[in-house]
Design a protein around this ligand. Structure first.
Ligand SMILES: Cc1ncc(COP(=O)(O)O)c(C=O)c1O
Length: 372
């Protein structure tokens, strides 16, 4: 198995912890332990059931699986496998279900893992393009004709979407689930960005609502602001969960106990956590909107609907890698160049962090763009 370098993660690896103004992240501002303890009104590691520092149940703790299952009506803990972040969840699903020669339909642009791992496993990946003219919403008729044209083993979608923030309405999610069923293809729905709504009433539903065969991946990283826990999950049919569970013996053996304990407390206090996170996301979103409006001669966008990332088109001549490189090295500002998503002329801005860092980072970005 030969994996190409993961451009986005390499970019973060190089710059994330050396810049002052990080406006590239895809997560809401992370919690500190004391902030989370205040919200959850408990000592995070001592008041939950999972206190052991030894190996844990390799499917994930029973309590946490039950709590995750509650997020998906009709599902039980038997449908849940706790993983080391969504990154392991996706990896296990690909390892469990794909064989060399399989055809995979994956949205594009996308988080690179979602098509690179299938390729490394010998699958042929066909891109289902999301277009800015169409608000980055997937074209269902196009999926239907792609499915009719070849024997597709798996459809991979990710909504709310990285890097554009595009959402998916219930009708489209239902149609994708139906097409997957009709053609006998597996559906992997990476839903790590669900939960952070920017506009009342726009909220991508889970694929779990529409198909018992759908495989959904979720995480504590993005909407909850707890990426350091490295807790994610797979929700799906029992046979898929069992296959993924058997493969995780080779990847991480079991999820970490302390992280699961904290994740459990956070899920039990999801209402207060999401109130803090949604307030910040919406406040920062309006600052980003103002910035785009007042710099309309050099930047433009199709605004995001959910989550805290936006894909911004850059109207200056220089390439996105050059712009992002100067921002990182000269201005100490981190944005993600579009090249990390194989799209030139764009950069991804993450607006979930501290408001003052966002404001300073955006001002420096506009100055740099005008100087290029
Ligand atoms: C679409 C998508 N899936 C999965 C992940 C990995 O998330 P986690 O931190 O839960 O491993 C990311 C991280 O950026 C992502 O954007």
């Amino acid at each position: 198995m030969k994996l190409k370098p993961f451009a986005l993660e390499r970019w973060f690896g190089e710059h994330e912890f050396s810049v002052r103004y990080n406006i590239a992240e895809s997560c809401i501002k992370p919690f500190t332990v004391s902030e989370l303890e205040e919200i959850c009104r408990c000592d995070l590691l001592r008041t939950t059931e999972i206190t052991n520092l030894g190996y844990t149940d390799s499917r994930g703790s029973q309590e946490l699986r039950e709590e995750v299952a509650k997020l998906y009506p009709g599902r039980t803990k038997e449908n849940v496998l706790i993983t080391t972040g969504a990154i392991e969840a996706n990896y296990l699903v690909f390892m469990a279900l794909l064989r060399p020669g399989d055809v995979v339909v994956s949205e594009f642009p996308a988080y690179q893992q979602l098509y690179e791992v299938p390729r490394a496993l010998g699958s042929e990946v066909k891109f289902w393009h999301l277009r800015s003219e169409g608000d980055y919403r997937p074209d269902i008729a196009e999926l239907d004709s792609m499915m009719a044209a070849s024997d597709v083993r798996m459809i991979v979608i990710n909504h709310p979407h990285n890097p554009t923030g595009a959402s998916l309405d219930a009708g489209s999610m239902a149609a994708i689930c139906e097409i997957a069923e009709q053609y006998g293809a597996a559906l992997l729905s990476d839903e790590v960005y669900r939960g952070l709504t920017l506009i009342d009433g726009i909220n991508t539903p889970s694929a779990q609502l529409f198909s018992d065969n759908a495989i959904t991946v979720g995480s504590m990283s993005k909407a909850f602001g707890l990426s350091g826990l490295r807790v994610g999950w797979i929700v799906g049919p029992n046979d898929v969960i069992d296959k993924c569970w058997a493969i995780r013996d080779y990847t991480s053996i079991c999820p970490p106990g302390p992280s699961q304990a904290i994740a459990l407390s956070a899920l039990r206090n999801a209402g207060s956590i999401m109130a803090r996170n949604t307030f910040l996301a919406r406040k920062n979103f309006s600052i980003l909107k103002q910035w785009i409006d007042s710099n309309a001669d050099i930047v433009s966008w199709t605004p995001p609907y959910e989550g805290v990332v936006a894909f911004v088109k850059c109207g200056v001549g220089a390439g996105s890698l050059q712009v992002a490189g100067e921002l990182a090295n000269v201005d100490s500002v981190l944005v993600v160049p579009g090249t990390c998503f194989e799209v030139e002329g764009y950069f991804r801005i993450g607006f979930g962090g501290d408001t003052d860092i966002l404001e300073t980072g955006l001002n420096l970005t506009a100055k740099r763009l005008r100087a290029m």
